[in-house]
Design a protein around this ligand. Structure first.
Ligand code: AMP
Ligand code: ZN
Length: 113
């Protein structure tokens, strides 16, 4: 999508610190890390949020989820992690291209603030 930050990152128009890429997914380090390891896992298809997924995305999202363990290892996580997708206003989503925050490298508080 023309005016989407993450589409531009996926296309290489905006630089990123890539951790992993295949035909379905692009993963890169968050510019403002909230933990020692903070990677954004982004399906290449432009879907705005979890609220905008449909049945046709089932296979894609399954492939993205089954890649998480490999991306966590590549990012240097060795002792567990958290995967978060912020959605909508109360979820404080700021980039409207579906993505999953992979956080690790320290004990993570629960519940989040
Ligand atoms: P969210 O607020 O859940 O939509 O997450 C968007 C995330 O994108 C935030 O954690 C930002 O720090 C991150 N972000 C914004 N711009 C960039 C960028 N150019 N490169 C890497 N991460 C970014
Ligand atoms: Zn996009």
């Amino acid at each position: 999508m023309a005016d989407c930050l993450f589409c531009k990152i996926i296309e290489g128009e905006i630089p990123s610190s890539k951790v992993y890429e295949d035909k379905d997914v692009y993963a890169f380090r968050d510019i403002e890390p909230q933990a020692p390891v903070h990677v954004l896992i982004v399906p290449k298809k432009h879907i705005e949020s979890l609220d905008d997924c449909s049945e046709e995305d089932i296979e894609l999202l399954g492939r993205v989820m089954t890649k998480v363990q490999e991306i966590a290892k590549l990012a240097g996580i060795t002792n567990g992690y958290r995967l978060v997708s912020n959605c909508g206003e109360d979820g404080f989503q700021t980039v409207n291209h579906l993505h999953f925050h992979l956080l690790g490298g320290r004990p993570l508080l629960w519940p989040p603030g």
